[in-house]
Design a protein. Structure first.
Length: 308
């Protein structure tokens, strides 16, 4: 069932929403004699992370903190780039050019390396002013909450820098071990190494549902009764639901729409102009300080494209 719910109006409306997902009224709070399950899988939309926090707190109160897991996307859900260049929409535009128009003059060579350079150089902003406060509401109540991002381990330093700068910390709400694992590891069902550290799971662009199942197995944690996931991409939410189908875990997916207007307003030529203006400075930083933080490929002719 898909529910569209823009701007939370409070727990009264929230209870009505959840009741619509269940077959009848919301079941009573569980007791030792009466185990119950949450309403089955659902998809909703919201432009307010406060609604996600409200749902998580109500469900944790009803089913128990240890049986609810909140999974939060990073880019365009918790944080967003200050400008189009390096944003999630910029990356997917460039990935589309790489696949469909590899000789386009707007295409950036070495996309992953370029993205790393932009993460290093650019600041990020919260998607809403109280984003970190909404996360802390869940953490203060003892709810497990983690970040599950498509970013890869190579972006670890810039990712933690911007989370910390914007007031986010997921150590206190991490799945144990709280500090994570000291090295990258190959997840079960995955193709690329991933990293889990201080409640932040960098999955290198792999299926988020498969990655969460792999993390639960790696950490030795039982499957939760309920996963509450917020992500700006519907495909990620559906991957999570598919991965936990035919299991005892329900998935309540919330597509976060707070950045939709900015994504829609993305201006590819303007972003390309920004890149051409910035690239020389990034190359100079790399020349002077070394390639420890990023390494851009040299400009030149792309194979099969003629002079570029």
């Amino acid at each position: 069932m898909t529910i569209r719910y823009e701007r939370a109006a409070g727990l009264a409306a929230l209870t009505l929403l959840l009741s619509a997902c269940a077959a009848g009224a919301l079941p009573p709070k569980p007791t030792d004699l009466q185990p119950i399950k949450p309403p089955q899988n659902m998809l909703g939309t919201t432009d307010d992370l406060g609604l996600v926090a409200d749902v998580a707190l109500q469900m944790a109160d009803r089913y128990g903190n240890d049986r609810v897991l909140v999974v939060l996307d990073l880019d365009n859900t918790l944080l967003a780039m200050e400008q189009d260049l390096g944003s999630d929409q910029w990356y997917y535009w460039q990935a589309g050019l790489e696949a469909d128009e590899p000789c386009s003059p707007l295409r950036v060579s070495g996309l992953l390396d370029a993205q790393g350079a932009l993460f290093y150089a650019s600041a990020m902003r919260p998607t809403q002013p109280d984003a970190a406060a909404q996360v802390r509401r869940m953490q203060d109540a003892g709810v497990h909450a983690i970040v599950l991002t498509a970013r890869g381990p190579d972006y670890r330093l810039s990712t933690f820098r911007e989370l910390r700068r914007n007031g986010f910390s997921f150590w206190s709400s991490a799945l144990p071990p709280q500090s994570g694992f000291p090295e990258t590891f190959m997840p079960e069902g995955g193709e690329r190494p991933v990293l889990y550290e201080d409640g932040v799971f960098l999955t290198a662009g792999q299926n988020k549902g498969v990655m969460l199942k792999a993390l639960l197995k790696k950490t030795g944690q039982p499957d939760p009764t309920l996963i509450i996931m917020a992500d700006d991409k519907d495909s990620n939410l559906r991957e999570m639901q598919t991965s936990f189908s035919w299991s005892g875990t329900a998935v309540h997916g919330w597509r976060f729409t707070g950045e939709d207007a900015r994504v829609k307003a993305f201006d590819p030529p303007a972003a390309a102009t920004q890149w051409e203006a910035l690239r020389p400075a990034l190359m100079q930083i790399e020349d002077v300080l070394g390639p420890d933080n990023f390494s851009l490929p040299p400009q030149g002719t792309r194979e099969g494209c003629g002079a570029g």
